[in-house]
Design a protein around this ligand. Structure first.
Ligand code: NAP
Length: 250
């Protein structure tokens, strides 16, 4: 059932990452599910994939730690083979707050995970995938956010700005490696039903705001995962540097 396709999904244990892990296993990828703290959630996604006849491992690593990221990529390649796809999905936000109330430590935490983490993982993927380095190419999808467009006022401008950085990295890196067999794209999800809203202090946020969405509903993690899998696939072979909104029209 499994081809030579190997995918590494940061934050693949919950929410959008977990949906992407399940779907990619069904598409024939061998799957490396990275997580930070919640091993139980990661192991349960692995078990689901193994039960369905797929191949998956879970690897703990904090994407904001260079040492952890190097170990993550080495472990994935040792156990699953050459990585052909990276989903830079791990991301955090903190309690809803005005910018005037935000601490330096908070900015640093959000940027360390969302920006430095994505840069480190993209760097390791490019080093391994690039035709220039003897690799066989590959595809990267960054998980940005609709917040990069609307700025998340009164909630988390820091988070929105970190996703703006991801959009810019997507555009620049796509051009940098376009002739090295690597495509780089991003999805920008809107209001999606996952646990991330609880970490901002409002578990019911999607339902409070869904009237702002032209389609008048929140999205499911699987609806984002399908867009990610499509961008990774050969169906999107002439697409690079694209930011794909998955927002119900918002
Ligand atoms: P989630 O349900 O909160 O899951 C977050 C995942 O990231 C978990 O697997 C978590 O692992 C992992 N993670 C967090 N910090 C990490 C770190 N330092 N190193 C490695 N893994 C880490 O989030 P989600 O809603 O699925 O969000 C996934 C991505 O989509 C994020 O980049 C988010 O910004 C973006 N997004 C989400 C929405 C939305 O409405 N949900 C909208 C736009 C964009 P542990 O559980 O082990 O900590």
């Amino acid at each position: 059932m499994n081809s030579g396709k190997v995918i590494l999904i940061t934050g693949g244990s919950r929410g959008i990452g977990a949906a992407t892990a399940r779907l990619s296993a069904r598409a024939g990828y061998r799957v490396c599910i990275n997580f930070h703290r919640n091993a139980v959630a990661a192991e349960s996604v692995v078990a689901e994939i193994l039960d369905a006849g797929g191949v998956a491992i879970a690897v703990q690593a904090d994407v904001s730690s260079e040492k952890d990221v190097l170990r993550l990529f080495d472990t994935a390649e040792d156990q699953l083979g050459r990585i052909t796809a990276l989903v830079n999905n791990a991301g955090i936000l903190e309690n809803q707050s005005r910018l005037s109330e935000m601490s330096l430590e908070r900015f640093q935490r959000v940027f360390a995970t969302n920006v430095a983490g994505s840069f480190l993982c993209a760097r390791e993927a490019v080093r391994r995938m690039s035709l220039k380095n003897g690799g066989t190419g590959g595809s990267i999808v960054n998980v940005s956010s609709g917040a990069a467009k609307h700025g998340a006022p009164n909630e988390y401008i820091d988070y929105a700005a970190s996703k703006g950085a991801i959009d810019t990295m997507t555009i620049g890196l796509a051009k940098e490696v376009a002739n090295e067999g690597i495509r780089v794209n991003a999805v920008r999800p809107g209001l999606i039903y996952t646990g991330i809203h609880a970490s901002g202090g409002e578990a019911g946020r999607v339902d409070r705001l869904r009237h702002l969405v032209p389609m008048q509903r929140g999205g499911q993690p699987e609806e984002v995962a399908r867009a990610i899998l499509w961008l990774l696939s050969e169906e999107a072979s002439y697409i690079t540097g694209t930011l794909l909104d998955v927002t119900g029209g918002r």
